[in-house]
Each structure stands twice: as structure tokens, then as C-alpha cells.
Design a protein around this ligand. Structure first.
Ligand code: HEC
Ligand code: HEC
Length: 137
């Protein structure tokens, strides 16, 4: 009977949506790189793409891997716990973000408010954790 069949398809469809959405929720809960829950200087509503871009920039600017600033997970030491503040390098990086922002705000704006070429992490770091200063001459 066509009516019964349509009903069956509808019920099947609802079931499918339910299965997919509960799968999506469980994936989200098991996300190994939870984000956005311990941001203290970057905007809390930052998009995933933007955060990734910034983090990749840090990596390149200092010539390190993500684990230079991010501690390992207790349960699986081969994975990183991005929200953890256990490593002092992460806190140093927070201070550096604020410092860089302040330098740009204070000294790198034209009188009309437009931004000039700005100071970035790599302006000082150039691929090193501690910017090296070679004596002149
Ligand atoms: C130079 C240090 C540094 C490096 C290298 C770095 N991060 Fe971060 N990361 C930070 C800091 C600092 C924060 C917290 C920013 C804040 O408090 O607003 C952060 C936050 C995060 C968060 C958000 C965590 C949360 O939920 O609060 C994720 C995810 C993340 N980083 C991923 C990465 C990945 C992936 C890499 C490698 C590509 C990486 N980071 C490399 C310093 C670093
Ligand atoms: C004006 C220059 C300057 C800028 C800009 C700058 N830094 Fe630094 N940073 C330094 C200096 C100098 C040190 C070394 C301090 C020391 O001797 O401990 C340092 C140290 C650090 C350290 C600790 C060193 C280590 O072993 O990991 C981290 C992390 C760091 N910077 C991250 C950043 C990030 C991320 C940015 C961009 C948001 C940034 N810095 C921008 C000058 C700068």
C-alpha cells in the first residue's frame, strides 16, 4: 500500500536523522582538540579557521611544533591538550600576543586610524624561540 510505504519511509528518515545527529554529538564530545574554552586573550568567538591560522603562524614564527606551547594529554601523551595551561611557554605566548597588539595599536597607526605595516611574532622571532641578537660589526 502506497500510504503505508510513505509512512515507513518517513519513519525511517526520522530515525536516520536521529542516528546522524547523535553521532555528531558524540564526535563533538570526543573531539581530541577541544577549543574555545580557555581563550584568555584571543576573542572567545574566534572561528576555527582563524584560530588555526594564528596557531600555524606561531609555529612558523618560532620554528617550533604545537607541543612547544601545548602540554600533552594525561590519558594519551601522544596527543595534545590544547586547553591546558600547564606549559609556561603558553603563558609567555599570551603575554607576547598582548605586547604585540599594544605595539601595533600605539605605534603603527596612521593619524587617520588606518593600520600601517604591523609588527608580528616573526618580526622579532624569525624562526627562533629566543630572538638572537648578533653583536653589530
Ligand atoms: C608559541 C606558542 C604556541 C604555539 C606554537 C601553538 N599555540 Fe595554540 N595556543 C597558544 C596560546 C597562548 C593559546 C591560548 C590563547 C588565549 O588564551 O587566548 C592557544 C590556544 C590554542 C587552542 C585553543 C585551546 C582552548 O580550547 O582554549 C587550540 C585548539 C590551539 N591553540 C591549537 C594549536 C595548534 C594545532 C598548534 C600547532 C599548529 C598550536 N596551537 C601552536 C600558544 C601556542
Ligand atoms: C618585539 C619583539 C618580539 C615580538 C614582536 C614577539 N616576541 Fe616573543 N620573545 C621576544 C624575546 C626577546 C624573547 C626572549 C625572552 C627571553 O630571553 O626569555 C621572546 C620569547 C618568547 C617566548 C618564550 C621563549 C620560548 O622558549 O618559547 C614565546 C613562547 C614567545 N616569545 C612567543 C611569541 C609570540 C607567539 C609572538 C607573537 C604574538 C611573539 N613572541 C612576539 C621578542 C618578541
Amino acid at each position: 500500500m502506497p500510504l503505508n510505504r510513505r509512512l515507513l519511509i518517513t519513519i525511517g528518515y526520522i530515525g536516520l536523522v536521529f542516528v546522524i545527529s547523535s553521532f555528531a554529538i558524540s564526535v563533538k564530545q570526543n573531539d581530541p582538540a577541544p577549543r574555545g574554552n580557555n581563550l584568555k586573550v584571543l576573542p572567545k568567538n574566534i572561528s576555527h579557521e582563524e584560530l588555526e591560522k594564528i596557531m600555524d603562524g606561531f609555529k612558523d614564527a618560532l620554528g617550533v611544533k604545537c607541543g612547544h606551547c601545548h602540554a600533552s594529554q594525561d590519558v594519551n601523551p601522544r596527543k595534545l591538550d590544547f586547553a591546558s595551561d600547564a606549559k609556561p611557554e603558553k603563558d609567555m605566548a599570551r603575554k607576547m600576543i598582548q605586547m604585540t597588539e599594544r605595539i601595533n595599536k600605539k605605534y603603527f597607526r596612521k593619524s587617520n586610524g588606518e593600520a600601517m605595516v604591523q609588527v608580528q611574532c616573526k618580526t622579532c622571532h624569525r624562526g627562533n624561540t629566543k630572538p638572537e641578537i648578533k653583536p653589530a660589526g
